[in-house]
Unconditional design. Structure first.
Length: 140
């Protein structure tokens, strides 16, 4: 995947993700961002929540079967899995485990950091050429 500088995501999708993250602070929520990539910009067309198979507050795991099925499904309509989202019970900085997986899967990683009942921070990242960098989030 090319270097991504910006992620464009509909406001209502972001709100839905935040809502779920705030609802389950003890288990990381996770899911897939689906859309297209154009000139270093990722455009999110749809989102898909997936169960956290790890059922953990410090890590998440997406069923590879869901990943594969989703990939096959979106490929037919000319789209791709262009990102992964998950939540943290802390700041939205990628964890050491995240960074390992980000290297294997260099799509955009959107992280929702749940800091309190109604308090959160959102950040997006990508692993590119040996390191992680911040991706600008643009709501539409
Ligand atoms: Zn994480």
């Amino acid at each position: 995947m090319q270097k991504i500088e910006k992620i464009i995501i509909p406001k209502n999708y972001l709100e839905k993700i935040v809502e779920e993250a705030l609802k389950t602070p003890n288990i990381e929520i996770c899911g897939l961002l689906i859309g297209v990539v154009k000139n270093k910009v990722v455009i999110v067309k749809r989102i898909k929540f997936t169960p956290n198979m790890a059922k953990s507050s410090i890590r998440f795991s997406i069923d590879p079967k869901i990943l594969y099925e989703t990939y096959m499904e979106v490929e037919k309509i000319g789209e791709d899995i262009i990102g992964i989202f998950h939540s943290h019970p802390a700041s939205p900085q990628p964890s050491a485990i995240d960074i390992e997986y980000m290297e294997i899967n260099p799509v955009v990683w959107l992280i929702i950091g749940v800091l309190g009942e109604e308090n959160y921070e959102i950040a997006a990242w990508q692993f590119f050429e040996g390191k992680i960098h911040n991706v600008e989030i643009v709501e539409t």
